[in-house]
Write a protein that binds this ligand. Structure first.
Ligand code: ADP
Ligand code: MG
Length: 320
């Protein structure tokens, strides 16, 4: 009889039952999770020697093929990328068709600019099967601010003609209590997303705990390093499972801006580099908001308006 591996982790060359159980206990339950974590963190958290941790990481990456890709291979991979409409056609146009898989899309803006409304609308719409424009998968919603509203999901799903019960079942919410908790949850995503067929991961918001916990300039490097680590795990997750990640972000006043735009997304260069598409939301009249695409690797900058309504978000009916 062939030898059966009792955990997926033992597929990694050099990982036997003992290392596998140490990894599991430290929260690294999948090959992907082992592959993306820096060796130092793997060693510390799983109690492995540094050399062992490095070897295990390399072997894990060999399995998921996380090395170099040729341009041709990359193009093939990009072809599997999917786009999902946001509920507002003008916003889709700005985004070149909608939010995309294999990427992080960021929505930044002041309080009340519609960030959460966009996340909620996408949590419903992304469930549509691919032939109807969605991702056809489940949704994981990491709620750090306690603003996830099941009543609102119900309303959006019902007004858009979804099977409401089904739509609600397909969204899993994790309340996130602090930045360390966020780290634990992000590590578990590699397993959960695979098992549950998740196609959209929402982090609303990516920054609030960091801003609350790291006060003072001297703590900034540590905060940024931690944020960087999480964001890279999210990017890998999006790439490995061909899923979309959306994050919301706050804004702060530009210290040097007197007459120019007074708001700037928080999170500095780390967030700027990690997010593929970055949008800045602002209030307009009543339920109207504007969204500006401020950074994209291949789309032109631009600005549109949308409306917050019963349906979540939709086009601004009085836009030209
Ligand atoms: P934030 O950017 O802080 O996450 P939200 O996404 O929570 O902001 O947006 C809050 C705005 O959404 C408020 O102005 C509120 O009036 C509006 N809103 C919430 N629910 C509805 C609804 N059912 N119909 C119309 N507007 C709504
Ligand atoms: Mg919000």
């Amino acid at each position: 009889m062939a030898l059966e591996l009792n955990t997926e982790l033992e597929e990694i060359n050099g990982v036997g039952p003992s290392i596998a159980s140490k990894l599991k206990q430290a929260g690294f339950t999948t090959i992907e999770a082992v592959a993306v974590v820096p060796a130092r963190e793997l060693a510390e958290r799983a109690g492995l020697g540094r050399e062992t941790a490095e070897k295990v990481g390399i072997k894990a990456r060999e399995i998921i093929n996380a090395g170099f890709l040729t341009a041709g291979e990359l193009l093939e991979k990009r072809k599997t990328m999917m786009k999902c409409p946001t509920g507002a056609k003008e916003l889709d146009r700005l985004l070149g068709g909608g939010i995309e898989t294999q990427a992080i899309t960021e929505f930044a803006g002041e309080f009340g600019t519609g960030k959460t409304q966009i996340c909620l609308t996408l949590s419903v719409l992304s469930q549509l099967p691919p032939e109807k424009g969605g991702f056809g998968g489940r949704v994981l919603y990491l709620d750090t601010e306690g603003t996830f509203s099941p009543e609102r999901i119900y309303q959006i799903a019902e007004s858009r003609g979804f099977d409401v019960k089904n739509a609600m079942e397909n969204i899993k919410i994790a309340k996130v209590y602090n930045s360390d908790h966020l780290c634990i949850i992000i590590d578990s995503l590699f397993k959960v997303c695979q098992e549950e067929g998740v196609k959209l991961v929402v982090v609303d918001s990516i920054i609030s705990h960091f801003r609350g916990e790291y006060l003072g300039r001297e703590t900034l490097p540590e905060r940024q390093q931690k944020l960087n680590l999480y964001l890279h795990k999210l990017i890998r997750l999006a790439e490995v499972y061909n899923l979309a990640v959306i994050v919301t972000n706050q804004v702060h006043a530009k210290p040097d801006a007197f007459f120019s735009d007074p708001t700037n997304p928080t999170g500095g260069h780390v967030l700027a580099h990690a997010c593929t598409q970055r949008l800045l939301l602002k209030r307009s009249k009543g339920n109207i908001r504007t969204a500006a695409l401020i950074d994209s690797p291949y789309l032109p900058a631009g600005q549109i308006s949308f409306m917050i309504s019963e349906q979540g978000i939709e086009d601004n009916p009085s836009a030209p």
